[in-house]
Design a protein around this ligand. Structure first.
Ligand code: HEC
Length: 150
């Protein structure tokens, strides 16, 4: 094999692997589960990481409602920003590739939604609850569509 052929083969391999990574980035690693939801295939550590983040989201929802009831808008802001965009996007690359595009989009939108809830704290309790309601619809939608398998 001469140098030119070798270069072409290397280039083709590079294009094929880049295309594969791009394909994975969009489709993720999923199968259809017995309950009809799309099951994302993860390792134990990856699943634990995602579930830990989920529990942090639920804790934030509880804290935000408690802060609204206490009339403490600073506490609303603090709890909401803790699960806002600044905290998202730290997932390992391997995990990101396994998550389908629609899942990532909905996930980011949920983090953004919490930043909007923090902004709503400037307006008042009703605005915070309205923002929370909109954001909780994303939790419900995602849980209806996906599950996590090890
Ligand atoms: C982008 C998708 C997505 C969004 C958005 C999402 N979740 Fe989840 N969540 C999941 C998946 C998938 C599971 C695992 C469910 C399963 O395997 O049955 C899960 C599991 C959980 C769990 C269980 C954690 C555990 O330890 O077992 C909690 C609590 C949770 N989510 C809370 C929330 C809350 C609250 C929100 C919204 C503020 C939210 N999630 C938004 C996908 C999502």
């Amino acid at each position: 094999m001469n140098a030119k052929t070798l270069a072409i083969v290397a280039l083709l391999l590079w294009v094929a692997s880049a295309a594969f990574v791009g394909f994975k980035f969009i489709t993720g690693s999923t199968v259809i589960a017995e309950d009809g939801r799309e099951a994302i295939q993860l390792t134990t550590d990856e699943r634990n990481l995602v579930l830990g983040e989920m529990r942090a989201l639920l804790a934030a929802v509880q804290e935000i409602i408690a802060a609204v009831n206490a009339g403490d808008m600073n506490a609303v802001k603090e709890s909401a920003h803790r699960v806002g965009m600044a905290e998202a996007g730290a997932a390992p690359a391997g995990l990101v590739l396994k998550l389908p595009m629609a899942f990532k989009t909905l996930g980011f939108s949920t983090h953004e939604g919490f930043d909007e809830v923090a902004l709503a704290a400037e307006i008042g309790a009703e605005a915070v609850l309205a923002g929370l309601e909109t954001n909780l619809a994303k939790c419900v939608a995602c849980h209806a569509a996906y599950r996590l398998n090890e």
